[in-house]
Design a protein around this ligand. Structure first.
Ligand code: FAD
Ligand code: MLT
Ligand code: ZN
Length: 468
């Protein structure tokens, strides 16, 4: 980028709005997993929507590719630029305003750079609840949550980010601002542009603000940790809990025994809740907006599970501290994998009824072909989303890593498709699964997606090399 152009960006965004120093830019150029390393000509940090628009207009005029970035916690390399140095990173971290809180309409209008944990806090301050919840909530942003259609641990009850959103404001690739900040539960005035931008991973425009749905505050929760011998048994418990607890069932998270070994080794002062060593663990949470005996309900349901031998062991948290500790163990698995080695990650969705068949077949195939590789299987069983990962030693060469990734992707994703699942559930396609998407999407879906991209971003300036 020429010095003149940099000066123009500085004139638009002010000195705090443009970073060019390599030390200052370093943290924007690599991702949370430390898997991708890119280069950028500059990090642009606009302070409001108008500045985003002005910066994008300048990029558009000079054909500069733009990589939008929020909290940079993504797991698919979507926010990391390529290595050419020609792309600019557009960080939304300074768009921090809470624009409106409307407890009567049960909505909250916030800018893209607000952290998810801050959104949750603002909701609590008006005695409401914002349900999106995930391990990175202290550092991921609302814009990133929207751009990836994030899922997390409460999808079972509340749905993913798309289900929690009513309206959007987006800066288009030519710099114009689309104001779709409508707080409406019904709006059928043509194609749903909001849903097009949600999950588009920065390839169609920059999300600058959103109207979010608020929910009644839960008045309490009951949290349990259980052990089970097999997936069909654990799924029988899930089915029973859905029937016995209805909407009170908020989370049903599964972890294989190998995950617990990793957690014990790598999460500070971790103590595994169960004495027995079951093949599978699950963390279950119930909550309700009315005070009631949630622990009693959970206990009854778990006793039913014990009686039918669906589970062999169970502990119900006796206080909030213990409940938080159960969650800390569950959330610790991401960091534990990073500490333990290099994971080949899969983020797959399946009909819940198909999960035991998928896991049986994939485990078997994996053991036959790569008997030495440890499998780390965990995820949001309640919504059919597994992180079916394989851990490699830290000193694996890049060539072997690449070869194994290709082989394992085929092994896992072929089986996902044969059970009518999806190869990308909640982390986004990014650069990690771009080739896989091309491999598995039907030609007609791919064609429609490419036509939409061409119509909105004809110069291919928004997040090139990602998703499509
Ligand atoms: P970034 O990483 O900065 O960006 C992600 C993608 O969104 C990129 O393609 C980027 O270009 C695009 N983008 C970012 N902001 C904008 C914007 N304003 N406009 C347009 N495009 C934009 N994800 C889940 O879904 N469920 C989980 O349970 C979960 N758990 C996690 C736990 C940990 C410990 C970590 C590190 C990550 C986890 N994630 C999870 C992944 C990640 O946190 C989420 O995907 C999150 O939503 C990303 O937000 P971000 O602000 O960090 O986005
Ligand atoms: C999770 O469920 O913990 C996340 O999606 C993050 C991960 O897969 O590491
Ligand atoms: Zn997850």
């Amino acid at each position: 980028m020429t010095p003149e152009l940099l000066e123009q960006f500085r004139a638009l965004l002010g000195p705090a709005g443009v970073l060019t120093d390599s030390d200052a830019m370093a943290r924007y150029c690599t991702d949370w997993l430390g898997k991708w390393q890119g280069r950028t000509a500059a990090v642009l940090r606009p302070g409001n929507t108008e500045e985003v628009s002005a910066a994008i207009k300048l990029c558009h005029r000079h054909h500069i590719p733009v990589v939008p970035q929020g909290g940079n916690t993504g797991m698919s390399g979507g926010a990391t630029p390529d290595t050419s140095g020609a792309q600019v990173i557009l960080s939304l971290e300074r768009l921090k305003r809470i624009r409106q809180v409307d407890p009567i309409n049960d909505t909250l209008t916030v800018e893209a750079g607000v952290l998810l944990a801050e959104v949750q806090q603002v909701a609590r301050e008006v005695d409401r609840f914002f349900p999106l919840s995930l391990g990175a909530e202290g550092s991921c942003t609302l814009g990133g949550n929207l751009a990836t259609n994030a899922g997390g641990t409460a999808v079972l009850r509340y749905g993913n980010m798309r289900a929690l959103t009513l309206g959007l404001e987006v800066v288009l690739p030519d710099g114009r601002i689309w104001n779709g900040l409508r707080g409406l539960r019904k709006d059928n005035t043509g194609f749903d542009l909001r849903d097009l931008f949600i999950g588009s991973e920065g390839t169609l425009g920059v999300i600058t603000a959103a109207v979010l749905k608020l929910y009644p505050s839960p008045q309490g929760r009951a949290v349990a940790w259980v052990g089970s011998a097999t997936l069909p048994k654990l799924i029988s418990l899930l089915t029973h809990l859905r029937a016995s607890c209805g909407e009170r069932l908020v989370a049903f998270e599964m972890l294989s025994a190998s995950c617990l070994d990793l957690i014990a080794a790598h999460v500070d002062s971790a103590r595994v809740p169960l004495q027995s060593r079951p093949a599978l663990h699950a963390l279950i949470e119930l909550s309700d907006t009315r005070p009631g005996d949630l622990a009693g309900l959970l206990e009854d349901s778990l006793n039913h599970g014990l009686k039918h031998d669906w589970i062999q062991d169970a502990v119900i948290a006796t206080n909030e501290r213990q409940a938080a500790e159960f969650w800390r163990l569950r959330e610790g698995i991401s960091q534990a994998q990073v500490r333990a080695g290099m994971a080949i990650k899969h983020d797959i969705a399946l009909p819940i009824s198909q999960i035991p068949h998928f896991v049986d077949e994939s485990d078997k195939a994996l053991r036959e072909v790569f008997p030495e590789l440890p499998l780390i299987n965990f995820g949001h069983l309640g919504d059919g989303n597994l992180h079916y990962n394989v851990l490699l030693p830290r000193d694996t060469s890049p060539e072997r890593y690449h070869m194994l990734t290709e082989a394992l992707n085929r092994l896992v994703h072929d089986r996902v498709m044969s059970h009518e699942g999806s190869i990308s559930a909640e982390h986004g396609v990014g650069q990690l699964r771009r080739d896989e998407l091309k491999h598995y999407k039907s030609p007609i879906e791919l064609e429609l997606m490419l036509r939409i991209k061409q119509a909105i971003d004809p110069n291919q300036l928004m997040n090139p090399g990602k998703l499509l």
